[in-house]
Write a protein that binds this ligand. Structure first.
Ligand SMILES: [Fe+2]
Ligand SMILES: [Fe+2]
Length: 480
């Protein structure tokens, strides 16, 4: 019964546990946000019970809001780190402080929209929308009442930035966003508030903008441009993985990838092929294509430590494993491609989500060939010597890469005349063996998704087969 109950539940990705100190710091920042957002309510004199009650209500509201924000960000990014949570709440703290200090001089658009862009880029649209809702609804200074129309424009612009920011795939599109959003804000303020309106916030005078809607929107554009300029710094400090950063890392001119293509050409070819397989499968199940493309590119960089110890780089020359004639040592060389890969990842400052592909694509798989050889020599040999150290894939993407890695060699070696049925059978057998070995247990892949992955691999195999078919050529037919 328990087994059936467990199978019926949607498997959840295990979120990263934060240390106690991290939790404490995050909690203290949330308390600080609540204090900053509500302390002005206590400065009224004479203070009566109703005022204290309303302060307590606001304080609790902001504290709960911050908690919900953290939960939403964890739900959207199960592998989010404490540094990233810290960034989200620190931005909220900074915005609340900026509202106290600057709300009378700067339009709320310039205070709230730029941080929303950072969050949507690094943590996704849903987290950014949750952040925007807390940042827009709580105003620490009770004397400041934002014009209703301006508030509406603020919400619309911030939501557009949050939604588009999570999808934008390069810096050029970000630049376009930082131009078009302020233009949109300017036009909508012009239509809704009117070009003659001097003050957009009650009882305030604009020092910077002088109450001018144009300079107000101009300021927003400048702040957004500066934010885009600083996003790479946020990426490296807080380990953010924006779409733009992913695509930059996927550039084949990156030194590490260039080295792979020059020093381990066989591994490089293998990498390109499994990237093709994994990308098609990820598209089928609706996963993160940019993540798998980049992660796939780096999954075997560890083979650079000893390229000729891997079959794909041997090019018919001698196999050093034969000379070594020690299956346990050979297994250590194989494990080293994971350990060295992680070292390369650290040295090249690869984001954690990309580095995860290095150990997880091998999981705790058994090195079957060397295990068999060892068994021939000694029947009592411990299987654990011949298993990778893991961990097993923790995400759908790393699991797909493991499956693509397994199927690549088999598909490449397959006879060109093999039927689709035969290819599908080969793919299914490999996937089934991984599944049976418990390698996909933490990956969150459903049965339906595994079915789709098989179909995707088959489609790529058909493409490979098509490419390998020799076109008939004749001396007279050279024009095409
Ligand atoms: Fe590998
Ligand atoms: Fe590989």
């Amino acid at each position: 019964m328990f087994y059936l109950w467990r199978r019926s539940q949607v498997p959840l990705k295990q979120s990263i546990k934060f240390s106690r100190i991290d939790n404490l710091i995050i909690f203290l920042v949330c308390i600080l946000i609540s204090i900053i957002s509500s302390f002005k309510l206590l400065l009224i004199s004479p203070l009566n019970v109703a005022d204290i009650f309303s302060w307590l209500l606001t304080f609790t509201e902001i504290l709960i809001g911050s908690g919900i924000l953290i939960l939403v960000s964890k739900k959207e990014n199960p592998t989010i780190s404490s540094r990233q949570i810290f960034l989200i709440i620190t931005l909220l703290l900074a915005v609340q402080a900026a509202k106290l200090a600057l709300a009378s001089t700067i339009s709320p658009l310039s205070i709230i929209i730029p941080p929303a862009l950072i969050i949507s880029q690094g943590m996704g649209s849903i987290t950014a929308l949750a952040w925007v809702s807390i940042a827009s609804f709580s105003w620490p200074d009770p004397e400041i009442i934002v014009d209703n129309n301006l508030f509406f424009i603020l919400l619309v612009c911030a939501s557009v930035v949050s939604l588009l920011g999570g999808r934008i795939r390069n810096r050029a599109q970000l630049l376009q966003l930082s131009i078009f959003v302020p233009i949109g804000a300017f036009l909508s303020q012009w239509i809704l508030i009117g070009k003659d309106k001097i003050s957009l916030i009650d009882k305030q005078e604009f020092v910077l903008a002088g109450g001018n809607i144009f300079s107000d929107s101009f300021l927003l554009a400048i702040v957004m441009l500066f934010t885009i300029l600083f996003i790479p710094i946020f990426e490296s400090i807080f380990g953010l993985l924006t779409k733009a950063r992913l695509l930059e890392l996927a550039d084949k001119e990156k030194p590490l990838i260039r080295r792979l293509s020059l020093e381990a050409p066989g591994t490089f070819e293998h990498t390109l092929l499994i990237c093709g397989l994994a990308e098609e499968a990820t598209r089928m199940i609706g996963g993160d294509i940019d993540l798998i493309k980049t992660g796939g590119l780096y999954h075997d960089v560890g083979k650079l430590h000893a390229p000729n110890w891997f079959i794909e780089n041997q090019d018919g020359s001698k196999n050093p494993h034969d000379e070594l004639d020690d299956p346990i040592k050979s297994a250590e060389v194989l494990q080293a491609h994971v350990d060295e890969g992680l070292k390369f990842a650290r040295k090249n400052r690869l984001p954690k989500l990309i580095a995860n592909f290095i150990p997880e694509h091998q999981g705790t798989l058994r090195m079957g060939y060397f295990f068999q050889k060892a068994k021939e020599k000694n029947l009592d040999i411990n299987e654990n010597y011949f298993r990778y150290k893991g961990p097993i894939p923790q995400s759908k993407e790393t699991a797909i890469l493991m499956l693509a890695d397994g199927c690549e060699a088999a598909l490449r070696a397959m006879n060109i005349n093999a039927s689709d049925k035969e290819a599908l059978k080969t793919i299914s057998n490999i996937i089934f063996s991984r599944q049976n070995d418990g390698q996909l247990d933490d990956s969150n892949l459903s049965r339906g998704e595994i079915f789709l992955i098989k179909r995707a691999f088959l489609n790529v195999w058909k493409r490979i087969r098509h490419r390998r078919i020799q076109y008939p050529t004749s001396k007279n037919n050279t024009f095409s």
